[in-house]
Design a binder for this molecule. Structure first.
Ligand code: PAF
Length: 291
């Protein structure tokens, strides 16, 4: 990290056209562009992506936009933390070049009509509980890809299904961008970092550790030779149910790319779960690769 003297504030852009114009100029100079799409409220998970972009690309753009189209009515759009100044200050420590923070009106002006829908992998799991969520994610992500014309976009594994949906969109629609998924960054006690963790009360924060414990158990069982998904899911359920405020939305063992459920574990698998602790919905996952 740069020392205080070396810190340079990223250039803040709110206008999509200005962002595109800047990128055009940089691309003419042959610069490689890295994009980190975020909704702000940055934590170390986001920063690890911005650092990866900084290391691999000539120019890093971090988008900071709480995207209304991926929230359903009644979800946490209004209360989602908005901390742009703090985000910029964090990004200045790692040399991010641009923060792109448009307003909802700038992204979705009056008369905006387009939709993006990826079937298949977007319909499972989160797609069942949040049926319009991935349409909103794909819409904004495709817009961000077009505005920044990035060479590489960096996403965290924490939102594993999101990454698979975005990859499928890119593949199906021939979007000229590389999608780079980076490992989950966890708190010291194992909770996956998320901007939504701040909704948890102290008691719920303790209870939230059951997610990672359940995933550790799943990995231990798979590595120990267990092949029946139902046995693994039961063991995970038992761990999660020790938390009195926990409600399981799903525990799922699936193919790492399609996420299609696997009744028997064979080859690489991904274990995904969504659990509500009180009113806070947390997701987490573990990719178990067989060397
Ligand atoms: O993962 C997120 O924070 C969001 O879904 C994303 C990719 C920035 C789109 O709004």
């Amino acid at each position: 990290m740069a020392s205080n003297e070396e810190e340079l504030k990223p250039y803040l852009i709110t206008d999509p056209q200005e962002m595109s114009a800047r990128i055009d100029e940089l691309r003419r100079q042959g610069k490689k562009i890295g994009l980190v799409p975020t909704m702000g409220a940055l934590h170390l998970g986001h920063l690890s992506l911005a650092i990866a972009a900084k290391n691999e690309c000539d120019v890093t753009v971090v988008s900071d936009f709480v995207n209304p189209t991926q929230f359903a009515p009644g979800e946490d759009y209004d209360k989602y933390p908005r901390t742009l100044n703090a985000d910029i200050s964090l990004l200045s420590k790692i040399g991010t070049d641009f923060v792109f923070a448009p307003s909802p009106d700038a992204m979705y002006p009056r008369g905006f009509d387009a939709t993006v829908h990826v079937g298949g992998v977007s319909k499972l799991l989160e797609g069942r509980f949040r049926p319009t969520h991935f349409d909103g994610v794909c819409l904004v992500v495709l817009k961000l890809f077009n505005i920044t014309r990035a060479d590489i976009a960096y996403f965290g594994q924490k939102d594993y299904q999101q990454v698979q949906v975005v990859k499928k969109m890119v593949e199906d629609l021939n979007v000229p961008i590389q999608i780079d998924m980076r490992p989950i960054i966890r708190e010291r006690d194992g909770l996956a970092m998320s901007s939504r963790n701040q909704y948890l009360s102290d008691e719920e924060r303790k209870e939230s550790l059951v997610l990672n414990r359940a995933l550790e158990k799943a990995e231990e069982l798979v590595r120990g030779g267990e092949r029946e998904s139902s046995v693994i899911c039961d063991a995970m359920r038992q761990i999660i149910e020790t938390a009195k405020d926990a409600t399981i939305d799903y525990i799922h063992i699936g193919d790492p790319k399609s996420l299609v459920e696997m009744e028997r574990v064979s080859g690489d698998v991904v274990v995904l779960l969504a659990v509500r602790i009180g009113t806070t919905r947390l997701i987490d996952n573990r990719l178990i690769e067989r060397k």
